[in-house]
Design a protein around this ligand. Structure first.
Ligand SMILES: [Zn+2]
Length: 304
């Protein structure tokens, strides 16, 4: 649900138009048109002289440095806080300067942004450069993990699920997870397995009935369950691990409506309330084993 093609280069104007943003300079961009989405651009900063730089890791993930040009970086500045919330999809671009010929052809010096894919923030940690201009500053770096590629883990989750299909046990397990610093140390495989688990949980919770229109799933899937798709209630992308209250299992029509309809914001707000009520009801009937109230995140997210 974004127009960017892997590897293709774009002018900054295109990035801003997609989000409905006017941010002229920042490396982390957001806007009203796509509230579940951040655009992060890398390049033109950091490097050896500064003592740090964004870094692509061999497994397809990235370390991406937060915002803050001098001194210690604050985790509560708007860009870093959005990254740290781990609740938004990241569209990631690397940056380069135009060549003389491109400047002549395009009539401008604007940088070019190459699309590198859609990512989630899996965690973050402090990083203090030991050399360069930023030596001794406490910086934040965020681990970006690509949203594609969890398919191979479905079988593993499916097998585990059949042994432990008690919805209360799964709810407790999924909502007990903390997002943030500890998750920086997760392997990509573990991160993706968590994503598969929360998707499986949502489909189990829905039991073959769409959680939006409350109609039965339109057909039976290959695994003999009613076919439903898992929708993420806050991010642009539906992939990634999260709390059960942030995902809904929907029929394909409702899922398309959630992404593409004119009234998608209102639809999302109704859906968030409904899912929260369902999750609270599951918590209420959970056998008493010191159930924690973990709905603060979900409750803070939408109108009501
Ligand atoms: Zn539906």
């Amino acid at each position: 649900m974004h127009p960017f093609v892997l590897g293709q280069e774009y002018a900054r104007k295109r990035l801003l138009e997609f989000l409905g943003s006017r941010q002229a300079q920042s490396g982390v961009i957001w806007g009203m048109k796509e509230p579940g989405c951040l655009i992060c651009t890398s390049g033109g900063r950091g490097g050896k002289r500064a003592g740090y730089s964004d870094e692509g890791l061999g497994d397809g993930s990235w370390w991406y440095f937060g915002q803050g040009q001098s001194g210690d970086q604050a985790l509560d500045n708007p860009a870093n806080a959005k990254l740290a919330s781990a609740e938004m999809s990241i569209l990631f671009f690397t940056t380069r300067e135009p060549t003389a010929r491109e400047i002549a052809e395009r009539g401008g010096y604007g940088k070019l942004f190459a699309f590198r894919g859609e990512f989630n923030v899996a965690g973050y940690e402090a990083f203090v450069p030991t050399e360069g201009r930023r030596q001794g500053d406490r910086l934040w770096r965020f681990r970006l993990i690509p949203t594609q590629g969890s398919e191979g883990l479905w079988q593993e989750v499916e097998e585990q699920w059949s042994n432990e299909a008690d919805i209360h046990a799964w709810q407790e397990r999924l909502i007990g997870r903390e997002f943030g610093t500890v998750e920086a140390l997760l392997t990509m495989q573990e991160y993706r397995k968590r994503s598969a688990e929360v998707h499986r949980y949502a489909r189990h919770r829905a039991a073959g009935v769409c959680e939006a229109c409350e109609q039965r799933a339109p057909f039976i899937a290959l695994d003999c369950s009613g076919y439903l798709e898992v929708h993420h209630l806050t991010r642009l992308a539906d992939d990634g691990p999260d709390a059960p209250a942030n995902v809904a299992a929907l029929c394909p029509n409702c899922h398309r409506r959630a992404h593409y309809s004119m009234d998608r914001e209102q639809f999302a707000s109704i859906l968030r309330k409904r899912i929260l009520a369902i999750e609270l009801a599951i918590t209420r009937d959970r056998p008493a084993t010191g159930a924690r109230s973990c709905f603060a995140r979900a409750e803070g997210q939408g109108p009501g």
